[in-house]
Design a protein around this ligand. Sequence first.
Ligand code: CMC
Length: 429
Amino acid sequence: MTDSLTVRDNRTGAEYEIPIVDGTIKAADLGQIKLNDDEPGLATYDPGFVNTASCRSAITFIDGDKGILEYRGYPIEQLAEKSNFLEVAYLLIHGELPTKEQYENWVHEITFHTFVHENVKGFMQGFRYDAHPMGMLMASVGALSTFYPESSRISDPDNRHIQIVRMIAKMPTLGAWSFRHAQGKPYVYPDNELSYAENFLSMLFKMSETKYAGDPRIVKALDTLFILHADHEQNCSTNAVRSVGSSQVDPYSAVAAGIGALFGPLHGGANEAVLKMLRRIGTVENIPAFIEGVKNGEERLMGFGHRVYKNFDPRAKIIKKACDDVFEVTGVNPLLAVAKELEKIALEDEYFIKRKLYPNVDFYSGLIYEALEFPPEMFTVLFAIGRTPGWLAQWLELTQDKEQKIARPKQIYTGARTLDFVPAEERWA
Ligand code: CMC
């Protein structure tokens, strides 16, 4: 067996041998296939990168058919059960689990960078009273590049490290302040005596009490949700981070681009859409009519389907369990019955079976977030906080990958050519 692909161009009869490495061919190798020397070579057309690898990566492994997700080789189920978010963040960024000393240093570093410059607070307060928190988060993260201009020195490892620490540390502060802003409540400063997730809850919900104390089950559930969202290889927002990062801009600008991508309803915005959908369906009796609408192409069953998972999304299983833990504290969300029945009906329906559509991570996460009293606009912010170590691990890998180039896809031009420009006075005469 030879690891190569023989291509015969039927336009010319010429044959080409193209090496196969790691189950891929280099798109650039197709460039030699030409009708004549004056023409550009053959290219691939792949909107949405459905079958194109954009990088080599050793961070996250997914087998979509088997429903496997691993960070640096560790199964998500084990990490969700036995680790915590900051340890997982360390693993993603550094590539291996920390020693006791490394872990303690890491937690200390992250904990003591949670505060932001007072001027950040100033400009956040300038947003409209009803500003979407995700828009505020995106702008604030982008603005951090102006507070840390040295972050543009991306080839310096120490400098990269401190920006990574800052971003993981400050994201909950910015996210919580975006939330308080819409509520007209004073921003709460970080409490560095609390764990990552509990400090976030404190900045979200603390009022006049001197110290915030979260229910440990809620703190654990939030920490688990952050772990589940921490990375997902080359998804839309990570691709945005890598694409923008490939211009060698600072990491704050690259991550702000990722936050923008995550804002969209087909990506991080899906759990907000799930909740709106469940509310619209309202009761179990209305489900069959809704499913008919989905099958007729009038709408989408939000929280179902995934570009990669064609069996089940392993994160959805863990979230379903976290739902039970949270509802034990908060009482059951009445929409849970609608969600469970909707899932049951969809999983038995030919339309969804044929297309391999299963519940994804967002199908149940919205219900948990609602039970925790987050308004739907905050759901994507929670996703962004969880995804930050993943974005940064991917960005770090990109900065050290000699094969990477500035992202610059080709296009198939379909517009007009060589028109003669007629000045406005003549056209309008
Ligand atoms: N409801 C109804 N039909 C669907 C759905 C859905 N949620 N998802 C896919 N389909 C159908 C689609 O219409 C198409 O049917 P046909 O072959 O007849 O044209 C077929 O399934 C394949 O769908 P696709 O749109 O080509 O698949 P994709 O890989 O491009 O899209 C997706 C993946 C996640 C964007 C899509 O499944 C979707 O829109 N789901 C709802 C939104 C959602 O839950 N997003 C969260 C994704 S998980 C969080 C994250 O990682 O961002």
